[in-house]
Design a protein around this ligand. Sequence first.
Ligand code: SF4
Length: 379
Amino acid sequence: MKHVDEYRDGAVALVLAEKIARAALAQRQYRLMEFCGGHTHAIARYGIADLLPANVSMIHGPGCPVCVLPVGRIDNAIELAAQHPLTLCTYADTLRVPASKRLSLMQAKARGADIRMVYSVADALRLAQDHPDRETVFFAIGFETTAPSTALAIRTADRLQLKNFSVFCNHVLTPPAMAAILGAPQAPGMVGIDGVVGPGHVSCVIGSRAYEQVAEKYCRPVVIAGFEPLDVMQTVLMLMRQINQNRHEVENEYTRAVTREGNTKAQELIADVFELRRSFEWRGLGEIAYSAYRIRPGYGRFDAERRYGIAYRRAAENKACECGAILRGAKQPRDCRVFGTGCTPENPLGACMVSSEGACAAHYSYGRFREAAMAETAI
Ligand code: SF4
Protein backbone atom coordinates (compact mmCIF):
# COMPACT_ATOMS: atom_id res chain seq x y z
CA MET A 1 0.00 0.00 0.00
CA LYS A 2 1.45 3.34 -1.04
CA HIS A 3 2.80 5.47 1.82
CA VAL A 4 2.58 2.46 4.17
CA ASP A 5 4.60 -0.53 2.94
CA GLU A 6 7.70 1.45 2.02
CA TYR A 7 7.75 2.98 5.50
CA ARG A 8 7.61 -0.43 7.20
CA ASP A 9 10.48 -2.14 5.40
CA GLY A 10 12.46 -4.21 7.92
CA ALA A 11 15.68 -4.18 5.88
CA VAL A 12 15.64 -0.36 5.69
CA ALA A 13 14.91 -0.25 9.44
CA LEU A 14 18.10 -2.21 10.12
CA VAL A 15 20.12 0.16 7.92
CA LEU A 16 18.68 3.12 9.84
CA ALA A 17 19.41 1.39 13.15
CA GLU A 18 23.07 1.05 12.10
CA LYS A 19 23.23 4.72 11.15
CA ILE A 20 21.69 5.68 14.51
CA ALA A 21 24.23 3.50 16.33
CA ARG A 22 27.08 5.16 14.43
CA ALA A 23 25.70 8.64 15.17
CA ALA A 24 25.43 7.99 18.91
CA LEU A 25 28.45 9.53 20.65
CA ALA A 26 29.51 7.29 23.54
CA GLN A 27 30.06 10.16 25.99
CA ARG A 28 26.54 11.58 25.81
CA GLN A 29 22.89 10.77 26.39
CA TYR A 30 20.15 11.51 23.86
CA ARG A 31 16.79 12.01 25.58
CA LEU A 32 14.21 12.49 22.86
CA MET A 33 10.60 13.26 23.65
CA GLU A 34 7.93 12.09 21.25
CA PHE A 35 5.29 14.73 21.91
CA CYS A 36 2.47 12.90 20.18
CA GLY A 37 0.63 9.81 21.40
CA GLY A 38 0.51 8.54 17.82
CA HIS A 39 4.31 8.24 17.91
CA THR A 40 4.19 6.59 21.35
CA HIS A 41 1.83 4.04 19.83
CA ALA A 42 4.16 3.45 16.82
CA ILE A 43 7.23 3.12 19.06
CA ALA A 44 5.49 0.50 21.24
CA ARG A 45 3.87 -1.33 18.32
CA TYR A 46 7.05 -1.73 16.25
CA GLY A 47 9.52 -2.09 19.13
CA ILE A 48 11.53 0.90 17.93
CA ALA A 49 13.09 1.51 21.36
CA ASP A 50 14.69 -1.95 21.12
CA LEU A 51 16.54 -0.89 17.97
CA LEU A 52 18.17 2.14 19.62
CA PRO A 53 21.53 2.26 21.43
CA ALA A 54 21.45 2.31 25.25
CA ASN A 55 22.25 6.03 25.39
CA VAL A 56 19.30 6.99 23.17
CA SER A 57 16.02 7.03 25.08
CA MET A 58 12.50 7.86 23.99
CA ILE A 59 10.49 9.82 26.55
CA HIS A 60 6.72 9.92 26.18
CA GLY A 61 5.14 13.34 25.94
CA PRO A 62 1.69 14.79 26.61
CA GLY A 63 0.26 14.47 23.09
CA CYS A 64 -2.76 12.29 23.77
CA PRO A 65 -5.99 14.34 23.75
CA VAL A 66 -7.87 12.52 26.49
CA CYS A 67 -4.75 12.11 28.64
CA VAL A 68 -4.11 15.83 29.04
CA LEU A 69 -7.70 16.71 29.89
CA PRO A 70 -7.75 17.45 33.64
CA VAL A 71 -10.22 15.67 35.91
CA GLY A 72 -12.07 18.92 36.62
CA ARG A 73 -13.12 19.30 32.98
CA ILE A 74 -14.64 15.81 32.92
CA ASP A 75 -16.38 16.58 36.21
CA ASN A 76 -17.82 19.68 34.49
CA ALA A 77 -19.16 17.57 31.61
CA ILE A 78 -20.69 15.00 33.96
CA GLU A 79 -22.43 17.72 36.00
CA LEU A 80 -23.68 19.36 32.83
CA ALA A 81 -25.27 16.14 31.57
CA ALA A 82 -26.65 15.19 34.99
CA GLN A 83 -28.14 18.55 35.92
CA HIS A 84 -29.69 19.75 32.66
CA PRO A 85 -32.22 18.26 30.24
CA LEU A 86 -29.79 17.93 27.34
CA THR A 87 -27.89 15.42 25.22
CA LEU A 88 -24.12 15.47 25.69
CA CYS A 89 -22.08 14.07 22.78
CA THR A 90 -18.40 13.20 22.73
CA TYR A 91 -15.80 10.76 21.39
CA ALA A 92 -15.65 7.18 22.66
CA ASP A 93 -12.34 7.50 24.55
CA THR A 94 -13.57 10.52 26.48
CA LEU A 95 -16.45 8.47 27.89
CA ARG A 96 -14.07 6.12 29.70
CA VAL A 97 -11.70 8.61 31.35
CA PRO A 98 -11.98 8.37 35.15
CA ALA A 99 -13.28 11.50 36.87
CA SER A 100 -13.92 12.40 40.52
CA LYS A 101 -16.00 10.24 42.88
CA ARG A 102 -15.12 7.08 40.89
CA LEU A 103 -17.31 8.35 38.06
CA SER A 104 -16.77 8.61 34.31
CA LEU A 105 -19.08 9.85 31.58
CA MET A 106 -19.87 6.20 30.85
CA GLN A 107 -20.96 5.64 34.46
CA ALA A 108 -22.96 8.85 34.45
CA LYS A 109 -24.73 7.53 31.35
CA ALA A 110 -25.48 4.27 33.17
CA ARG A 111 -27.06 6.36 35.94
CA GLY A 112 -29.45 7.94 33.46
CA ALA A 113 -27.71 10.98 31.95
CA ASP A 114 -28.26 11.34 28.20
CA ILE A 115 -24.66 10.96 27.03
CA ARG A 116 -23.86 9.66 23.55
CA MET A 117 -20.77 8.55 21.70
CA VAL A 118 -20.24 10.23 18.32
CA TYR A 119 -17.58 9.79 15.64
CA SER A 120 -17.34 13.51 14.90
CA VAL A 121 -18.81 16.86 15.78
CA ALA A 122 -20.85 16.60 12.56
CA ASP A 123 -22.82 13.75 14.20
CA ALA A 124 -23.65 16.01 17.14
CA LEU A 125 -24.73 18.79 14.80
CA ARG A 126 -27.01 16.36 12.93
CA LEU A 127 -28.53 15.21 16.22
CA ALA A 128 -29.34 18.83 17.09
CA GLN A 129 -30.98 19.33 13.68
CA ASP A 130 -33.00 16.12 14.01
CA HIS A 131 -34.22 17.00 17.54
CA PRO A 132 -34.92 20.75 17.54
CA ASP A 133 -36.78 20.54 20.87
CA ARG A 134 -33.78 19.16 22.76
CA GLU A 135 -30.48 20.86 23.59
CA THR A 136 -27.39 19.11 22.20
CA VAL A 137 -23.94 19.88 23.63
CA PHE A 138 -20.72 18.67 22.04
CA PHE A 139 -17.90 18.04 24.54
CA ALA A 140 -14.97 19.07 22.33
CA ILE A 141 -11.47 17.89 23.18
CA GLY A 142 -8.24 17.58 21.22
CA PHE A 143 -5.33 19.51 19.79
CA GLU A 144 -5.17 21.76 16.73
CA THR A 145 -5.99 18.68 14.66
CA THR A 146 -9.66 18.54 15.63
CA ALA A 147 -10.20 22.25 16.34
CA PRO A 148 -11.00 23.10 12.67
CA SER A 149 -13.89 20.60 12.51
CA THR A 150 -15.35 22.01 15.73
CA ALA A 151 -15.00 25.53 14.33
CA LEU A 152 -16.71 24.47 11.11
CA ALA A 153 -19.62 22.93 13.06
CA ILE A 154 -20.08 26.17 15.00
CA ARG A 155 -20.08 28.21 11.78
CA THR A 156 -22.57 25.79 10.24
CA ALA A 157 -24.83 26.02 13.30
CA ASP A 158 -24.61 29.81 12.97
CA ARG A 159 -25.54 29.68 9.27
CA LEU A 160 -28.47 27.33 9.99
CA GLN A 161 -29.48 29.52 12.97
CA LEU A 162 -29.65 26.49 15.23
CA LYS A 163 -30.84 27.43 18.69
CA ASN A 164 -30.29 24.08 20.40
CA PHE A 165 -26.61 23.38 19.67
CA SER A 166 -23.56 24.37 21.75
CA VAL A 167 -19.99 23.28 22.36
CA PHE A 168 -18.10 22.77 25.63
CA CYS A 169 -14.74 23.74 24.16
CA ASN A 170 -11.57 22.11 25.53
CA HIS A 171 -9.25 22.33 22.52
CA VAL A 172 -5.59 22.77 23.46
CA LEU A 173 -2.49 24.00 21.64
CA THR A 174 0.77 22.14 21.09
CA PRO A 175 3.53 24.82 20.99
CA PRO A 176 2.76 26.31 24.45
CA ALA A 177 2.84 22.83 26.04
CA MET A 178 6.10 22.04 24.26
CA ALA A 179 7.53 25.31 25.57
CA ALA A 180 6.33 24.52 29.11
CA ILE A 181 8.14 21.17 29.02
CA LEU A 182 11.36 22.48 27.48
CA GLY A 183 11.34 25.57 29.68
CA ALA A 184 11.33 23.71 32.97
CA PRO A 185 13.96 20.97 32.60
CA GLN A 186 15.44 21.55 36.04
CA ALA A 187 12.20 21.88 37.97
CA PRO A 188 11.34 19.04 40.38
CA GLY A 189 9.58 16.26 38.57
CA MET A 190 10.72 17.38 35.11
CA VAL A 191 13.46 15.79 33.02
CA GLY A 192 15.92 17.32 30.59
CA ILE A 193 14.91 16.81 26.97
CA ASP A 194 17.57 17.01 24.24
CA GLY A 195 15.22 17.06 21.26
CA VAL A 196 11.58 16.71 20.29
CA VAL A 197 9.86 14.41 17.80
CA GLY A 198 7.22 16.88 16.59
CA PRO A 199 3.62 15.82 16.04
CA GLY A 200 2.55 15.00 12.49
CA HIS A 201 -1.21 15.51 12.40
CA VAL A 202 -1.13 18.76 14.38
CA SER A 203 1.63 20.06 12.11
CA CYS A 204 -0.50 19.42 9.01
CA VAL A 205 -2.73 22.17 10.40
CA ILE A 206 -0.32 24.61 12.06
CA GLY A 207 2.75 24.01 9.86
CA SER A 208 6.36 23.51 10.89
CA ARG A 209 6.96 27.22 11.45
CA ALA A 210 4.77 27.08 14.58
CA TYR A 211 7.69 25.49 16.47
CA GLU A 212 10.44 27.82 15.29
CA GLN A 213 10.21 30.17 18.29
CA VAL A 214 10.17 27.25 20.74
CA ALA A 215 13.25 25.62 19.18
CA GLU A 216 15.07 28.94 19.11
CA LYS A 217 14.14 30.01 22.64
CA TYR A 218 14.96 26.70 24.35
CA CYS A 219 17.84 25.69 22.03
CA ARG A 220 16.33 22.28 21.31
CA PRO A 221 15.87 20.69 17.87
CA VAL A 222 12.38 19.74 16.74
CA VAL A 223 11.86 17.29 13.87
CA ILE A 224 8.29 16.71 12.67
CA ALA A 225 7.69 13.04 12.02
CA GLY A 226 5.26 10.77 10.22
CA PHE A 227 3.71 7.83 12.03
CA GLU A 228 5.26 4.82 10.33
CA PRO A 229 8.25 3.09 11.96
CA LEU A 230 10.78 4.30 9.39
CA ASP A 231 9.49 7.87 9.83
CA VAL A 232 10.21 7.68 13.54
CA MET A 233 13.66 6.12 13.07
CA GLN A 234 14.66 8.67 10.43
CA THR A 235 13.49 11.41 12.79
CA VAL A 236 15.59 10.02 15.64
CA LEU A 237 18.63 10.11 13.33
CA MET A 238 17.87 13.69 12.23
CA LEU A 239 17.55 14.80 15.86
CA MET A 240 20.81 13.10 16.86
CA ARG A 241 22.68 14.74 13.97
CA GLN A 242 21.41 18.15 15.06
CA ILE A 243 22.38 17.47 18.67
CA ASN A 244 25.87 16.31 17.62
CA GLN A 245 26.29 19.46 15.54
CA ASN A 246 24.95 21.73 18.29
CA ARG A 247 22.07 22.85 16.10
CA HIS A 248 18.50 23.49 17.22
CA GLU A 249 16.40 23.90 14.13
CA VAL A 250 12.94 22.81 13.10
CA GLU A 251 13.22 20.12 10.46
CA ASN A 252 10.45 18.27 8.69
CA GLU A 253 10.70 14.53 8.09
CA TYR A 254 6.99 14.31 7.24
CA THR A 255 7.24 16.26 3.99
CA ARG A 256 4.55 14.15 2.33
CA ALA A 257 1.95 15.81 4.57
CA VAL A 258 3.40 18.83 6.38
CA THR A 259 4.48 22.20 4.97
CA ARG A 260 6.06 25.17 6.72
CA GLU A 261 2.85 27.20 6.43
CA GLY A 262 0.39 24.42 7.28
CA ASN A 263 -3.24 24.43 6.26
CA THR A 264 -4.02 28.14 6.03
CA LYS A 265 -7.75 27.58 5.41
CA ALA A 266 -8.02 25.58 8.64
CA GLN A 267 -6.02 28.25 10.46
CA GLU A 268 -8.43 30.97 9.22
CA LEU A 269 -11.39 28.90 10.37
CA ILE A 270 -9.87 28.50 13.83
CA ALA A 271 -9.04 32.21 14.04
CA ASP A 272 -12.59 33.17 13.06
CA VAL A 273 -14.31 31.04 15.71
CA PHE A 274 -11.82 30.72 18.58
CA GLU A 275 -9.62 32.97 20.67
CA LEU A 276 -6.92 32.07 23.20
CA ARG A 277 -7.75 31.48 26.83
CA ARG A 278 -5.48 33.31 29.21
CA SER A 279 -4.68 30.05 30.98
CA PHE A 280 -5.74 26.40 30.91
CA GLU A 281 -4.96 23.49 33.18
CA TRP A 282 -3.29 20.43 31.62
CA ARG A 283 -3.16 17.11 33.42
CA GLY A 284 0.40 16.67 34.65
CA LEU A 285 1.63 20.03 33.40
CA GLY A 286 -0.54 22.38 35.46
CA GLU A 287 -1.71 25.79 34.24
CA ILE A 288 -0.14 26.88 30.94
CA ALA A 289 -0.69 30.42 29.69
CA TYR A 290 -2.43 30.85 26.33
CA SER A 291 -2.49 27.10 25.71
CA ALA A 292 -6.16 26.51 24.83
CA TYR A 293 -9.01 27.91 22.76
CA ARG A 294 -12.36 29.28 23.81
CA ILE A 295 -15.24 30.36 21.60
CA ARG A 296 -15.17 34.02 20.55
CA PRO A 297 -17.94 36.27 21.91
CA GLY A 298 -19.30 36.66 18.36
CA TYR A 299 -20.25 32.97 18.48
CA GLY A 300 -21.06 33.10 22.23
CA ARG A 301 -24.56 31.65 21.80
CA PHE A 302 -22.89 28.35 20.85
CA ASP A 303 -20.62 28.38 23.90
CA ALA A 304 -21.87 25.86 26.49
CA GLU A 305 -19.68 27.44 29.17
CA ARG A 306 -21.67 30.70 28.82
CA ARG A 307 -25.03 29.09 28.19
CA TYR A 308 -24.89 26.87 31.28
CA GLY A 309 -22.55 28.94 33.47
CA ILE A 310 -19.95 26.18 33.69
CA ALA A 311 -17.34 27.08 36.32
CA TYR A 312 -14.07 25.18 36.30
CA ARG A 313 -12.87 23.61 39.55
CA ARG A 314 -9.58 21.78 39.92
CA ALA A 315 -9.99 18.20 41.05
CA ALA A 316 -7.50 15.69 42.42
CA GLU A 317 -6.22 12.70 40.44
CA ASN A 318 -6.49 9.17 41.76
CA LYS A 319 -3.61 8.95 44.26
CA ALA A 320 -2.33 5.68 42.80
CA CYS A 321 -2.08 7.08 39.27
CA GLU A 322 1.23 8.40 37.89
CA CYS A 323 -0.27 9.85 34.68
CA GLY A 324 0.87 13.36 35.57
CA ALA A 325 4.53 12.34 35.87
CA ILE A 326 4.29 10.21 32.72
CA LEU A 327 2.80 13.08 30.71
CA ARG A 328 5.69 15.39 31.58
CA GLY A 329 8.24 12.68 30.84
CA ALA A 330 9.37 12.20 34.43
CA LYS A 331 8.22 8.55 34.70
CA GLN A 332 7.54 5.56 32.49
CA PRO A 333 4.34 3.46 32.61
CA ARG A 334 6.12 0.62 34.40
CA ASP A 335 7.02 3.01 37.23
CA CYS A 336 3.35 2.99 38.25
CA ARG A 337 2.71 0.30 40.83
CA VAL A 338 -0.78 -0.51 39.50
CA PHE A 339 0.28 -0.73 35.83
CA GLY A 340 -1.08 -3.94 34.32
CA THR A 341 -2.62 -5.07 37.63
CA GLY A 342 -5.07 -2.57 39.12
CA CYS A 343 -5.04 -0.59 35.87
CA THR A 344 -5.57 -2.19 32.44
CA PRO A 345 -7.23 -1.00 29.21
CA GLU A 346 -10.39 -2.91 30.21
CA ASN A 347 -10.38 -1.27 33.65
CA PRO A 348 -8.48 2.00 33.39
CA LEU A 349 -7.64 3.81 36.61
CA GLY A 350 -6.00 6.72 34.82
CA ALA A 351 -6.37 8.55 31.51
CA CYS A 352 -3.09 7.22 30.02
CA MET A 353 -4.60 3.70 30.00
CA VAL A 354 -7.79 4.71 28.15
CA SER A 355 -6.82 5.77 24.65
CA SER A 356 -4.56 3.72 22.38
CA GLU A 357 -2.45 6.89 22.17
CA GLY A 358 -1.92 6.92 25.93
CA ALA A 359 1.55 5.79 27.02
CA CYS A 360 0.27 3.17 29.48
CA ALA A 361 -2.20 1.67 26.99
CA ALA A 362 0.49 1.57 24.26
CA HIS A 363 2.95 -0.23 26.56
CA TYR A 364 0.32 -2.63 27.82
CA SER A 365 -1.25 -3.43 24.45
CA TYR A 366 1.98 -4.47 22.75
CA GLY A 367 3.40 -6.33 25.76
CA ARG A 368 6.65 -4.34 25.81
CA PHE A 369 6.56 -4.32 29.59
CA ARG A 370 6.67 -8.13 29.66
CA GLU A 371 9.76 -8.22 27.45
CA ALA A 372 11.47 -5.58 29.58
CA ALA A 373 10.62 -7.49 32.77
CA MET A 374 11.97 -10.73 31.27
CA ALA A 375 15.18 -8.99 30.24
CA GLU A 376 15.63 -7.64 33.77
CA THR A 377 15.01 -11.12 35.24
CA ALA A 378 17.61 -12.61 32.88
CA ILE A 379 20.21 -10.06 34.11
S1 SF4 B 1 -0.96 2.49 34.78
FE1 SF4 B 1 -2.97 3.41 35.06
S2 SF4 B 1 -2.90 4.29 37.09
FE2 SF4 B 1 -0.79 3.90 36.47
S3 SF4 B 1 -0.09 5.81 35.50
FE3 SF4 B 1 -0.89 4.53 33.88
S4 SF4 B 1 -3.02 5.16 33.69
FE4 SF4 B 1 -2.34 5.94 35.67
